[in-house]
Design a protein around this ligand. Sequence first.
Ligand SMILES: *Cc1c(COP(=O)(O)O)cnc(C)c1O
Length: 389
Amino acid sequence: MSSNNATNKKFKPATIYIHAGMEPDPSTGSVMVPIYQTSTFVQESPGNHKGYEYARSQNPTRFALEEAFAKIENGNHALAFSSGVAATDAVIKLLQPGDEVIAANDMYGGTYRLFTKVFEKFGIIFTFIDTTNADNVAKAISAKTKLVWVETPTNPLMNITDIAAIAAITKANNCLLCVDNTFASPYLQNPLNLGADIVMHSATKYLSGHSDVIQGCLVMNDKHLRDDLYFIQKSCGAVPGPLDCFLVLRGIKTLHLRMQRHCENGEKIAHWLRKHPKVKQVYWPGFEDNKNYSIAKSQMNGFGGMISFELVNESVEEAKRVLSSTHLFSLAESLGGVESLINHPASMTHASIPREERIKNGLSDGLIRLSVGIEDADDLINDLDKAIG
Ligand SMILES: *Cc1c(COP(=O)(O)O)cnc(C)c1O
């Protein structure tokens, strides 16, 4: 049975992740998709080619990965980009000056920077609101709103937005909904199934899973939307190289196994932190007393390994002391790799958001964010315990 037959039917995620995009190479039968490290393709006569002309527009390794991205998000089409922000950039380039984007007020700092520092000066209007209450979106939306941009769970406060509720509002108002699904990964959440028009991922994170590549993707069902975004992808040129595509294809094969362990470890560590006398507050979407827990439970298949927390001693110095005292948790930006990372949003990932904006949205100077990896949970807890002291 060819892998193409295997993925055309309705299979469970584990099967899809192993087979998606893995068509044996037609010229050699190579089971793994070859890394087509070439910039151009020979033509038999002018305009007579095998569907490949120039690698910014077409590359077989990238096409295999794009097929895999589509399958794992249960979408019809996908496009790969040289980074997550390049994928976001392409979505905003669908718009015209005067168009408005309604975006979550608690999201990835680089997305906020791209919107406010790059696109505002081209006349795109960005309105930031609390999307965890869908009524806020219904109130803010107007004829000039062309796109709603949400992230759920949010980075770093793990707030949950009801994707289906927002999708109902965007559909009724003839505007697009794009969901940044990086934190959940396709294993835990599939926004297209809930009515979103576009799913965006920083493939740098869980999809690659090994902290060795920068990449982004967009997944969608609508063919016209795909064609418009493909036009932007090839015209603006933020395409990933074939080696990076190969690495992400390889990462996807273990996504289900990694996510299961991220979830198990995340749950243990979140509950352990919550009981720690020196910890004031823990942010993790799986706590039953969270505001939007029932929504998280219904739209996610698990709660992942991203956790943020504040210490009882709220000083930045104390947070920095803990951040500098772990050994298994490496102090670094990024997330979603097999190894655990610890991060200080105020000075690292979210430093591009003005302080008063950060504080207003509940992101304190003492907040610590963990990307819990797939190591042994007890070893990770011991490491945190020694660091917190
Ligand atoms: C990392 C990240 C991005 C940006 O992706 P890059 O691959 O770093 O360009 C966007 N959104 C979220 C939630 C992220 O974590």
